[in-house]
Design a binder for this molecule. Sequence first.
Ligand SMILES: [Zn+2]
Length: 432
Amino acid sequence: MDNRVRRWKEEYKPLPRHTHLPMNHFITYFDAVNSIGATEAGGNSRFPYTSEYREAIEWVKKWMREIGMSVQEDAIGNVYGKIKGIHTHKSLMLGSHIDTVPNGGMFDGLLGVLSALTAVESFIERNGMPKWSIEVAVFADEEGSRFNHGLLGSRAMIGEIDEEALLTYRDDEDTTLSEAMTADGLNPDGLKSAERDMDEFIGYLELHIEQGLVLETNKQQIGVVEGIAGPARETFTFIGSADHAGNTPMNMRQDALIGASELITSIEQLPAKYSDTAVATVGKITNSPNGTNVIAGKTTVTVDIRDIDRDARENLIDAIKERASSIAKTRGLRLETSNSIRVEPVHMNDEMTNMIEESTNELNLTYRRMPSGAGHDAMLVGKKIPTGMIFVPSKNGKSHTPEEWTSLTECLDGILVMERTIGKILSGYKES
Ligand SMILES: [Zn+2]
């Protein structure tokens, strides 16, 4: 067993409310997937369309089949496990993703998928065939760690991809998405077929770690998510002149990296001017030619900008753009701007949110209603069908690092809420 998983398991003190859950399956698969792509730095790297990812998804499919699900994988790599209900023409969808950021943690995404499978297995065990079908979705390339875009699977499912552009995305090794998909045994020519008829779904429910400090700080067990802040990514490329570091006087330089750094530094102050909830981050830069004795000729920075308030976010983006162009102008640099991702903030479905809240109350768990600052597949799916999200606490608010931690008790409590909410959604659903 993975050492981290062993510690997670050993910390757990059994609680009567968890005894009906198939805890062994949950722990076994959590361990199996987290053993794949484990890094020396203590985290996990499972990037889309790699052999690590393939190995991990096969574990998930194995559990799906054990539960009695039929398993489908579409052209972009989304995997759906389906349990037939008494009525089969509509399904409730649950899900999340199992890819990670570089050296990420054990819980982001994976917990949502395995929670869904645990909750479904338990639900079927206790109630027999569900009234309506249930599907568990594992969405492809949520994080965008390899091709810098993200949410590919859920975007393809709702029919919002530009097929041609997508296939030309390149990773840091210059492999195109199309090549990576082909190498993984998928069919990049058939991407359109990944689109689903969203009328088939009653709704979508996703459990995720909070990735923030709010639940832990307020000593609450469950977050009932009311809305998701849509992320936007803007890319700024400063183009100057790659000259000799020795022979070019300081006043005759067009240094792209200095321009980029000025933008990065100024971005820290900007969000607070537009809203209390807005955030902006530069986490990635590429610099060329990136040599010790060469002035940078071309530097690209990608800015990630988020808010639950759409207008505030747009104003902030405009301000960042203005800042970038004024820096370029002052420094005699050329500026190229492009936006790679722009997702609208999404409100969760009120009825589903209420059902999650009721479930939490019935289980005597503490909770709060809250927004999600991070983007999730639920944000895409939620544009098309009624969607709800359950948060469980993140220790010290840490995420996207090996320190990511949610105790087994907290995970199982989240699964209880999910199981109960599934029951409410299925019994409450009436065809219109
Ligand atoms: Zn995630």
